[in-house]
Design a protein around this ligand. Structure first.
Ligand code: SAH
Ligand code: SF4
Ligand code: F3S
Length: 452
């Protein structure tokens, strides 16, 4: 299938957005052209997420909207990619005839062939998961990005089997991409003028390319371009070597920000979640991070209302949030997923209104802590990479500090892609506001002395 116009819409985590860039590349290699609106397309692809029930509801609604476009254009092909394709599979084709094509995360190379099948009047499905596919040889095509920051996938799948999580079933076994292909991609991005790369995996700390571990990879990546910022996501608390913490502290272009999901502050809940660490070990790890990397910022994920969670267990999560005072946090109500261990073994027995109330309490404690940390930024200077024009005003830019905090400031004569010295003069729990003082660079910028 060639000379078609295609449109891709992506949902879910950064890995899905990175995968859509791989699909762009595959379709464009085959002579198809991207368009920015679904109404203009011959092929609409939706890259989906299954992590919580509401993520899937959003996709079903979107598919109904695409069907309304299909009524106007009988030749339109609608395809589902990603985690929900892997989970729902053939049932997509049966339900309300919304979809012609279903492709799981490891089968994107087959999309051109599958589109041929659709064209010849068949419904096409490939949801085979692989032990090897990493798409290492495909150069992602980054459409519609800001040209400043990019995602680079370094591994696929997950072997951790946390009892609540559908990802091991939708993404398959964990596998690492070849180190050289990762470094080559970072070099290409640097040559194209990108200033920031976030390397991605469900648990980057378990990266292992024939003995090259994550810290080795980050060290090599940090040498590619000293003016290229490096971030990484996500780290699992079960394996975070000190070596990596020292590396983050030493290499100026590896950002001082760690996303380290706790999920719960209670040991019994952690055990039921199959998260192999205790609250005490988690807190000790965070202390270690703050000691080795002065000024490091920390963020977390929390699930509230997991199977059997008592009021006391919930209180432990509140006290964890209050003790750590995370700079950022992603907070969720538990949503039961089929096939997971929790679905097979436990009962989803916390009522929806209790989940909601507990979630709100966690949000409140988090906001108070984050606000306190952000107020302490007032008066400080930061190295900010300008990334985009602010959503509120074209006269303002938004960027992030090395520590990952969003800063809004007047544009003056600066532009996205500039490294700026910014002084912070206002803050709330989610955003800093400041004034850009001058252009600078990673090497030139002198950070404030931070005492731990
Ligand atoms: N691999 C990453 C995160 C993957 S999913 C990690 O291990 O940290 C992102 C977040 O979604 C998880 O950290 C978890 O907090 C949340 N999540 C996963 N499954 C969920 C479920 N069934 N219900 C609610 N939240 C869930
Ligand atoms: Fe899911 Fe756990 Fe794997 Fe993260 S580490 S993707 S939460 S199974
Ligand atoms: Fe969603 Fe799949 Fe990512 S379930 S969070 S898109 S790995």
């Amino acid at each position: 299938m060639t000379n078609k116009k295609f449109y891709i819409e992506s949902y879910g985590c950064a890995m899905n957005f990175a995968d859509s860039e791989i699909v762009n590349s595959i379709l464009m290699e085959n002579g198809n052209d991207p368009v920015e609106q679904p109404e203009l397309a011959d092929i609409i692809l939706i890259n989906t997420c299954s992590i919580r029930d509401n993520a899937e509801t959003k996709i079903w609604n979107r598919l109904k909207f695409f069907r309304s476009i299909k009524r106007q254009n009988k030749n339109l092909t609608v395809g589902v990619l990603g985690c929900m394709a892997e989970r729902v599979r053939e049932r997509f084709l049966e339900r309300e005839k919304l979809v012609d094509l279903v492709v799981g995360p490891d089968a994107y190379r087959q999309i051109p062939q599958l589109l041929e099948e659709v064209e010849s009047g068949q419904k096409a499905v490939n949801v085979i998961l692989s032990l090897e596919v990493t798409y290492a040889d495909i150069t992602p095509v980054r459409l519609g990005g800001n040209g400043v920051s990019a995602f680079v996938s370094i591994m696929r799948g997950c072997d951790n089997m946390c009892s609540f999580c559908v990802v091991p079933f939708t993404r398959g076994r964990e596998r690492s991409r070849a180190t050289d292909s990762i470094l080559d991609e970072i070099k290409q991005l640097s040559d194209q003028g990108y200033k920031e790369v976030t390397v991605l995996g469900q648990n980057v700390n378990s990266f292992n390319d024939n003995g090259t571990r994550f810290a080795d990879l980050m060290y090599k990546a940090s040498l590619v371009d000293p003016e290229m910022r490096l971030r990484f996501s996500t780290s699992h608390p079960k394996d975070f070597p000190d070596e990596l913490l020292h590396l983050i502290n030493e290499q100026k272009n590896i950002c001082n920000y760690i996303h380290i999901p706790a999920q719960s502050g209670n040991n019994e809940v952690l055990r039921r979640m199959r998260r192999p660490y205790t609250r005490e070990q988690y807190l000790a790890l965070l202390d270690n991070m703050r000691n080795i990397i002065p000024g490091v910022t920390l963020s977390t994920d929390i699930i509230t209302g997991f199977c059997g969670e008592t009021e006391e267990e919930h209180q432990d999560t509140l006290s964890l949030m209050d003790t750590v005072k995370f700079d950022m946090a992603y907070l969720f109500s538990y949503s039961e997923r089929e096939r997971t261990l929790a679905h097979r073994k436990f009962e989803d027995d916390v009522p929806a209104d209790v989940k909601q109330r507990r979630l709100q309490e966690i949000i409140d404690v988090h906001r108070a802590g984050a606000n306190e940390r952000n107020q302490a930024e007032i008066g400080k200077r930061h190295l900010v990479l300008a990334e985009n024009f602010s959503k509120r005003s074209e006269n303002q830019l938004s960027g992030r500090t090395d520590s990952g905090k969003v800063v809004i400031f007047d544009k003056k004569s600066f532009k996205p892609g500039d490294y700026l010295e910014v002084v912070i003069n206002e803050a709330n729990s989610a955003t800093l506001f400041g004034e850009a003082l001058k252009l600078t660079s990673i090497r030139e910028f002198e950070p404030e002395l931070v005492t731990a």
